[in-house]
Design a protein around this ligand. Sequence first.
Ligand code: NDP
Length: 281
Amino acid sequence: MEAKLISGKEISQKIRTEIKEKVQALKANGVIPGLAVVLVGEDPASKVYVASKEKACTEVGMHSEIHRISESTSQNELIDLIDKLNKDSKIHGILVQLPLPKHLDEKEVILKISPEKDVDGFHPINTGKLLVGEKTFEACTPKGCMRLIKETGIEIAGKKAVVVGRSNIVGKPIALMLLAQNATVTICHSKTKNLSEEIKAADILIAAIGKPNFITAEMIKPGAIVIDVGINRLENGKLTGDVEFEGAKEVASFITPVPGGVGPMTIAMLLENTLEAAQSI
Ligand code: NDP
């Protein structure tokens, strides 16, 4: 039987509608949730992401400001801006669009964001809280993946979850989130031996590799839930995931499409984190 599609597009729309209502309620109490996005330089992909974040904020009635900074900005100038935003009471969430130009120190910049305003969930205080199981701002993409798994209605506890990819922004945090939900988690990466065997054991498979159509149908356990984080642009301009979708949907029980799967959830989770930041003041 063909897998059920987990539509991030539809689920994120539902979440955005709920957020809009909660923003209205906060506004009635005199609080307008505010997100500041810092964009350094002219990276075309970053510009697109930032524009869609601003649009999403405006649609749910949040205050949004984009700080566009020249490519040649210094570390000190950037940190001064972060300091200002940390102190700005209109701003509840701060997001620095990554990657930064090479001459800037990303780690230091993230460290300067107040953890209470770190709606991207990248500050070491927040990643540390995730590690020890405390409530925190969870990174948006893995948080969105967890929401998609929840939508299947399948219990995570006791399942074997395999995460392919160990980046700090996707692979590692989602592994921790699955562990917190009592999955038995394996993290795979480029040095993993017998990768196909590891993947084949997965009841829940997370692909966060960045290689188009890398995981094929025969690698997937029949009935698995497949969450494809990968966003890869092919030469013909089409977007595709890390999973070979047409084959995989014949084997999996649930599967996310690319586009329209994890991607839209990332922005919905950013809005949710910003709302939570505003609610907690
Ligand atoms: P990274 O490049 O930081 O990490 C990729 C991971 O995949 C690494 O851990 C790497 O292993 C592993 N890997 C690479 N090749 C192989 C291989 N042959 N076998 C096994 N593992 C391998 O990527 P990100 O985590 O930032 O992103 C992953 C994908 O998700 C990308 O396509 C990205 O565009 C997409 N993405 C989508 C988002 C969304 O909103 N939907 C948000 C963020 C990312 P090693 O550590 O050993 O090098």
